[in-house]
Design a binder for this molecule. Structure first.
Ligand SMILES: Nc1ncnc2c1ncn2[C@@H]1O[C@H](COP(=O)(O)OP(=O)(O)OP(=O)(O)O)[C@@H](O)[C@H]1O
Length: 697
């Protein structure tokens, strides 16, 4: 049972039972409808106690100036907008949707990239029509509405042709009730008459009820009944013939003008004589705001058609889809090859006062060596540095000042003898020997990482050099080593690398934000094209929309995920010590969370531009505060508190522990990541559903 039917069932009881019997004779009955937009300051009352009666099997023309509320009234009849107060009964229930109604909105609300045939199969499929029947109707309607080749894309049609496809989409399933918002705009007079003849024919032969709006007042002569709307009410609701006779004219336009003038006069009298009458009228109207339920109402026809249309959309937008699939590949390739590797080929200025003759520089480490400086430089060069030799420390300093080199290394003239003395007489070493055995280093530390790496290279090469020299003198190298015994790390590598640290966060951020972009983009495109609105009138529920989008995006996300994981662990061989299954599951949950966030964004904002700003605006705080590029322990304690509540923080910690520590799901750090990302997905989903509900008004 659909949401609509549920509401109708609720309202069967009590005071409405008898009136419902009466309402069954009418296609539509509206009583004391009040609808306003905005709040106190910007209050705009569109329907002001309006009542409307549409018998079955007639054409009802809704006329009125632009902005008088015709579209709003149709939206309320279709339960796409809520009344503030008043009652609406449509085809015997409190709202009407699905196969019983055909709706042509004012805006086009068609997928531009689909052909006429695909468009009609989409709308027919949504209301459960079989393909054969749709084809028959397609032939009939394309002849009737003089459509071009049915295999032409909607985007390639003229404005008038596109509106005719929109009309055909409303007519395809031969509904009981047709609601057409300006169906004849942009249609030439001959075709306009053909459309009118068809509408008259289906009211007579099939008992169809048609409610239509038009700006061409005089074409409404052909309607059985017209409602002239102004100031939120009807000036008249009669047959055009009666109105023309009553006002002794042959122009409906003149009738409208004279009724409008009467209304202005009456309003002036009302406000002089009876202030407050309007308020009491509004208050007397019973508030029967439709209760919208989010009970799962799922139809296979809807799911099948929505999935087909989503797949077709991807096929028609192949460059966009390919871009979304290639993006993670490019991103992971760039990340793995550009981030976290030790800098190589750094240029360093060298001044070796011990020997300026490089060809004579003996690098052999022997106890009686006279050029130990050459030995040290040999080890340092092994760190892949690029040496530039200078004759004086003045020149070397200048090269650092001018940014030609990252550091200058100056070795004093009696380096070897001083170093040998320092080692042999370590306790009684003379101060000048200590000074002469020191190497002077001048660095440019504007790049923290390069400065740190240079320092590490110099320490490590000195450790290896001095160790080799001491061994050649039969000393233990440990005598001069820093007195720590670095055991093999419990988790991680002897030389931890930055790529491994950032990779878990990188994988999750990539999956999360690609899902956000895909989902928010697809939903907004459809919403702004009006196709979601139209699908909902065809009976599609928000839950069905969510399910089909989740399935479609899920397929894309799985491809993206496979690319990201294969690139990280197979191609770039980053550390993977834990379970591949857990890594995959956590990544899927993160992608799902991204989808839910994308839904929330698309429900919360109205334009793709705002969606992009929101997604970008959330990307940076998430990357900065989730411990992805820098440990959370290094952040301000207030930010540390914030970071706990972000969706990617616990998930990143969890993935890092799986990848590097090899921990399983029983570890609290690991399962907290799973719990946190699941809770966030639910929060985003609930938020989307609440927004959908609230925004409907
Ligand atoms: N979502 C909204 N929020 C605020 N105001 C709205 C909203 N939708 C419509 N309105 C206002 O309500 C009034 C009636 O709009 P509506 O679209 O129903 O008019 P209309 O009679 O269909 O106009 P037209 O013939 O030009 O299509 C207009 O003044 C419009 O600005």
């Amino acid at each position: 049972m659909s949401t609509c039917d549920n509401i109708a069932m609720e309202n069967f009881h009590g005071q409405f039972y008898s009136s419902l019997q009466r309402d069954r004779e009418y296609a539509i009955r509206v009583r004391h409808a009040h609808k306003q937009y905005g709040t106190n300051k910007n209050l705009c009352v569109v329907l002001d106690g309006l009542s409307m009666t549409v018998p079955k099997g007639i054409i009802y023309g809704l006329l009125g100036a632009s902005g008088c509320g015709k579209t709003t009234l149709l939206g309320c009849i279709l339960a796409r907008r809520r009344l503030n107060s008043g009652e609406i009964w449509a085809l015997g229930g409190s709202c009407v949707k699905g196969a019983r109604v055909g709706y042509m909105p004012q805006e086009l609300a068609l997928y531009q990239e689909f052909t006429i045939r695909e468009t009609l199969h989409y709308f027919g499929g949504l209301v459960g029509m079989r393909a054969k029947k749709i084809e028959d109707r397609l032939n009939f309607l394309s002849n009737l509405l003089m459509l071009p080749s049915v295999d032409k894309k909607v985007a390639d049609l003229s404005g008038g042709q596109q509106r005719r496809v929109s009309l055909a989409s409303a007519l395809v399933h031969e509904p009981e009730l047709l609601i057409l918002d300006e169906p004849t705009v942009g249609v030439d007079p001959v075709l306009r008459q053909i459309i009118w003849d068809h509408l008259v024919d289906i009211t007579q032969t099939k008992g169809t009820t048609v409610i239509m709006t038009s700006h061409y007042i005089d074409e409404m002569r052909q309607a059985h009944l017209i409602g002239l709307m102004r100031g939120g009410r009807f000036l008249a609701e009669e047959s055009p013939r009666d109105l023309l006779v009553k006002f002794s004219t042959d122009s409906l336009e003149e009738v409208f003008l004279r009724l409008s003038a009467n209304q202005i006069l009456m309003k002036e009298n009302e406000s002089n004589d009876m202030p407050g009458k309007r308020d009491s009228l509004t208050q007397r109207s019973q508030n029967l705001v439709e209760k919208s339920h989010f009970l799962p109402s799922i139809h296979w026809d809807h799911l099948r058609t929505l999935l087909w249309i989503n797949g077709l959309w991807m096929l028609r937008n192949l460059p966009v889809v390919l871009f979304m699939l290639l993006l993670p590949l490019v991103q992971m390739s760039l990340f793995c090859s550009a981030i976290g590797h030790n800098p190589k080929g750094l240029t360093v200025a060298i001044v070796n006062y011990e020997t300026q003759n490089l060809s004579n520089c003996d690098t052999t480490l022997a106890c009686n060596s006279s050029t130990l400086s050459c030995g040290y430089l040999y080890y340092l060069k092994g760190k892949d540095l690029n040496f530039v030799y200078y004759e004086s420390d003045y020149e070397a300093t200048n090269s650092v000042l001018k940014g030609k080199t990252y550091a200058s290394i100056v070795i004093k003239s009696n380096y070897t003898t001083a170093l040998q003395a320092r080692i042999a007489e370590w306790r009684d070493a003379e101060p000048w020997d200590i000074t002469a055995s020191e190497i002077d280093v001048l660095r440019d530390t504007t790049s923290k990482d390069i400065a740190t790496f240079l320092k590490i290279y110099m320490y490590e090469s000195f450790r290896d050099f001095i160790g080799g020299y001491l061994e050649s003198c039969d000393y233990s190298p440990r005598v001069v080593a820093v007195p720590f015994q670095w055991k093999k790390p419990v988790y991680g590598l002897n030389y931890p690398n930055f790529t491994d640290f950032v990779n878990p966060g990188m994988i999750l951020t990539t999956i999360f934000f690609l899902s956000v972009a895909l989902t928010a983009g697809a939903m907004l495109i459809q919403r702004n094209q009006g196709s979601i609105e139209r699908a909902m009138v065809s009976g599609v529920t928000p839950i069905e929309l969510l399910i089909t989008h989740i399935i479609t995006q899920f397929v894309l996300m799985m491809v993206q995920l496979t690319i990201v994981l294969v690139w990280s662990f197979v191609i770039f061989e980053l550390t993977l010590n834990g379970s591949v299954l857990l890594v995959t599951l956590l990544s899927i949950l993160t992608g799902f969370c991204g989808m839910c966030f994308g839904f929330a964004i698309s429900c919360g904002v109205d334009s793709e531009r705002m969606a992009t700003y929101t997604a970008l605006g959330s990307l940076f705080p998430l990357v900065m505060l989730s411990g992805i590029v820098w440990p959370i322990e290094g952040m301000h304690y207030l930010l540390q508190l914030c970071s706990i509540f972000l969706p990617l923080t616990k998930a990143t910690e969890s993935l890092r522990s799986i990848l590097q520590r090899g921990w399983g799901i029983t570890s609290p750090v690991v399962y907290m990541g799973f719990i946190s990302i699941t809770v966030w997905s639910l929060i985003f989903l609930l938020f989307s559903i609440v927004l959908l509900k609230v925004k409907k008004g």
